[in-house]
Each structure stands twice: as C-alpha cells, then as structure tokens.
Design a binder for this molecule. Structure first.
Ligand code: NAD
Length: 464
C-alpha cells in the first residue's frame, strides 16, 4: 500500500494508508472463504519463487543501496536462503495439509479422530533491516505455505528494499495474498492496534516486548525472533586456523549486523594468545589491509549505528566521506569491556578470557549469567567439553565448529529461547508454527454408546 495516501477514520493518532482496514477485512475474508487450500498455497509460493528468480538483480541493487551488501552475500544470505527454504516448504505443503488420523480410546468407539492443520488467518509480519529481504520473506513463505494471508511491515531503515518488496510482491504475489505496509514505529503501532490472527516479529528485544504486549491484548499468538550475545567457545584442542576463519567470516558478513553472528569469544589466556593473531590475519586475508576499500565489506545501517560502534571500540569519528564505516576490530583485555554490556551488532570482536583453573565451568557460568542466546558456537575436539556445554547451557541453536550456517539447513528449526525469543520456523517448522492443529472427533449417533455417561449417574457398583 502506498503510505503517502493517508487518513484512516478508525485511528486519528497515526497516519495509515487509506483503506487499510478494508484491505485487512479482504485479506481475512480470503482465508475465511476456504480459498487458501493446497492449490492456492502452491501457486502463491511459486509466484514468490518466480519473483526471487526474475527480480534477483533488482533486489540485490536495493540491498546494496541500503547496506552496501556485496552481491555475492545477497545472493547467498538473502535470496538463496529464502529460495532454499521455499523449495523445502513447497515439497511439504501437501503432506502438511493432509488430515492425520489419531486412534480413539475404546470407551469412545465407534468413532474417528483426526488432526487437521488450518491456517490461523491473517498474519502480520514485522521485519528488521539487517537481512531486510530474508527476514521479511522467510516468514511469508511459512505463512503462505500454511494458507494464511499476510500483511508485511518491512523496516524503514532499509528503505530501498522496503519499496522494492512492496512493488514486487504486489506484482508477483498479488494483494489477495500479501499486502505491504511501509513505515516505521508509528505505522507499526497503528497496525498492532488491529486484530491479527498471528504476529511474527523479528528484531530487538525492546520492541519485541512492545509487540508481544500489543498482540496479547487480542490474545494473538506471537512468534518473536530476537537476538542477543551469541558466544563462541574456543579451546586448545580446536583447529585454531579454521576456527579463526569461521569466526571472522560469521562475524563480518553484513559487518556484524547478523542476529546469529558470533558476538564474542570465550577462551583461556593461553588460547587467546594464539587465537588473536589468527583472527587478525583472517581479517586481512578476507578484506585486505584496508577493509574500507574492500568491495566485500559493507557499512553500518545508519550514521548513528556507526557512531555507537566506534565509541564502543574506542575509535574516533568516521571519515567524513564515509560516515557509516566501522572497521573490524578484535578487542582484548580492558578494551573488550564496553562491548560486553549489550549485543554488539557490528564488526567488533571481544576476546574475553576465562579462569584457566576451570575454564569450561567459568565459561558456562558466564553464558548462564546472561540471557539465553540465539546461538552458541563451540570450537573444540573434546567430546566431554561439547557434552558439558550441550547439557549445561541453553540457546536457540548450537553450532559445533561452525558459525552462522546452521540457519541455512531447512530441516533445522530456527528460533530463540528465553531472551532470544520464542517460536521456531523454516521448513516443516514453519508449516507447524504458522498453522493451528485442529482436533476433530466424529462419532455415529446410533447405537448411542455415550448413553452410559449420561446422568442420572448410577452408583459405581452398578457399572462395574
Ligand atoms: P528494526 O529497527 O528494523 O526494528 C524491527 C521492526 O520493529 C521494524 O519493522 C520497525 O519498524 C519496528 N519498530 C521499531 N520501533 C518500534 C516501536 N516502538 N513500536 C513498534 N514497532 C517498532 O530492527 P532492530 O530491532 O534494530 O534489529 C536488530 C535486532 O534484531 C538485533 O537485536 C538482532 O539480533 C535482532 N534480529 C533477530 C533476528 C532473528 O531472526 N532472531 C534476525 C535479525 C535481527
């Protein structure tokens, strides 16, 4: 919808697109009419797929304009990931919609019971700026695959992607399936006053709370995909060369503005001594001596974001000509402290040393002292160490000798726990999360075997 056209009779505090409520009614009506059955779902997903293939260049241009994203990174981490997930969901739509029979206890026989997956109805998807395509479309894949219609609110901080998605989704998928409402906090606030049947929010925890509270007023089920400080454990048994490469790669893609990016490293002082030079060498190998000149290195989303990150790293102001530039920095010793108070969400990598007397116990205690992270990464060859972290910590996901890429496996659920959010999606998890599993029981009327249960109740001794 064009947000320039405003004026909503139902709400005078915020300018929302004229006729928004008409759109909402219409979108819910599409689901209520029963039209969004399997053929509709498959067709909608195929149209979305065609959009991603045909308009890949246009989308990559928008991502480059918003975040300086290199095309190859966009191809893999934005467009490619969504196509991979979409193909997986496409394959599962029919099976997921099939009624699943359930056995009936003997006392209720004769009867038949089954579970039928149904769409919730109209879903609101609120997307962030950091992967503005992936995190807008991956929830839509699940929502459409489960037969919901969608209102998408992209992030105002990725304006080129927001506008491109609005135009392309309308053209390819059609506004009987998806309507895009562009805008920021004011528009989101106004949207959240309406009743939706499902709300999917991706972004920071502060706004996550606002969204969850607003949804709770309508008792609307909510999926919250939040972030947090995802730690990396590295020990002396690890292959430090590969560990350094994988940590730096996961950290610096999209200049650290990745929800599952490794936030900081936990290791002993002895490991830090060997790891830090390798991390620095990996940065130079991947981005050259001056990452500012590398075509593969992006920019912070806003000048303010760059300012926050530069202050956190103790750097001076950015060059006038390049105000969103933040260099990659490995922070050690006291320099790491300011970066340990909040999610970094930028190219700074604190290496925090733990007590060498009992390093695993200390690292686990530090992880448990914070909110449960979206991801935890372990670089170790020790089965015992893996076992301890697996059992004694909790996180949305656990990566062993990898960072970031677990979220490209469609068979794995993607989501947080505790402070990193709730609700899983991707692949079959999307179809489950975006559907209501309806319980159905059918019983013939004659003979009426339920008669034994009707009052007046006989004494137990009469029955047995
Ligand atoms: P953002 O600023 O783009 O905000 C997210 C959405 O909330 C936007 O659509 C925005 O318009 C809306 N919004 C902002 N203020 C609002 C308000 N007061 N009321 C209602 N809506 C409002 O994104 P962000 O929060 O800066 O994103 C960064 C955070 O998101 C990080 O913490 C990151 O870890 C997390 N994240 C999580 C995932 C995940 O999948 N779990 C993915 C990406 C980012």
């Amino acid at each position: 919808i064009d947000t320039a056209a405003t004026g909503n009779p139902g709400d005078d505090s915020v300018a929302l697109p004229a006729g928004l409520d008409v759109h909402l009614e219409r979108l819910r009506g599409v689901v209520d009419s029963g039209a969004t059955d399997v053929p509709w779902r498959l067709a909608a997903l195929r149209r979305l797929r065609r959009m991603l293939v045909d308009a890949g260049d246009e989308l990559a241009d928008a991502l480059a304009a918003d975040l300086g994203k290199p095309r190859r990174e966009s191809a893999i981490s934005e467009i490619g990931v969504v196509i991979g997930d979409l193909d997986d969901v496409l394959r599962r739509v029919r099976r997921s919609a099939r009624p699943r029979p359930v056995s009936v206890p003997l006392v209720l026989a004769p009867a038949t019971a089954w579970v039928r997956r149904q769409p919730y109805g109209l879903a609101l998807v609120i997307a962030p700026w950091n992967y503005p395509l992936n995190l807008a479309l991956a929830p839509i894949v699940g929502a459409l695959g489960a037969g919901n219609t969608v209102v998408l609110k992209p992030s105002e901080l990725a304006p080129a992607t927001s506008a491109t998605l609005a135009r392309l989704l309308r053209r390819y998928v059609g506004d009987d399936a998806v309507v895009v409402v562009e805008g920021g906090a004011a528009e989101t606030t106004a949207l959240l006053q309406r009743r939706f049947d499902l709300v999917v929010y991706t972004g920071g925890a502060r706004v996550g709370r606002i969204v969850a509270e607003a949804a709770a007023r309508h008792l609307t089920p909510t999926v919250l995909e939040l972030g947090g400080k995802s730690p990396v454990w590295v020990d002396e048994t690890a292959d430090l060369d590969v560990a350094a490469d994988r940590i730096v790669w996961g950290k610096l893609m999209n200049v650290g503005q990745t929800c599952v990016a490794p936030d900081h490293v936990l290791c002993t002082p002895a490991v830090a001594e060997r790891l830090v030079p390798r991390l620095e060498a990996a940065i130079t190998r991947m981005y050259g001596a001056d990452p500012r000149r590398s075509p593969d290195y992006g920019r912070a989303v806003t000048v303010d974001a760059a300012r926050r990150l530069r202050a956190m790293a103790g750097l001076g102001p950015a060059p006038d000509a390049d105000p969103r530039y933040v260099p990659p920095v490995v922070l050690t010793g006291a320099a790491a402290t300011p970066a340990m108070t909040e999610e970094i969400f930028g190219p700074l990598l604190p290496v925090v040393t733990v007590d060498p007397a009992d390093p695993v116990t200390d690292a686990i205690a530090r992880i448990r002292a914070g909110e449960k992270p979206l991801a935890l990464y372990l670089f170790t060859r020790s089965a015992d160490v893996r076992r301890r972290f697996t059992r004694e910590t909790s996180s949305g996901a656990l990566g062993i000798n990898v960072t970031v890429v677990h979220q490209t496996v469609p068979g794995l659920p993607f989501g947080g726990v505790g402070g990193s959010g709730y609700g899983n999606y991707h692949g079959r998890w999307s179809l489950a999360t975006f559907s209501h599993d309806r319980a159905i029981l059918a019983k013939p009327t004659r003979p009426d075997t339920l008669k034994v249960a009707y009052p007046p109740y006989r004494r137990l001794t009469d029955v047995v």
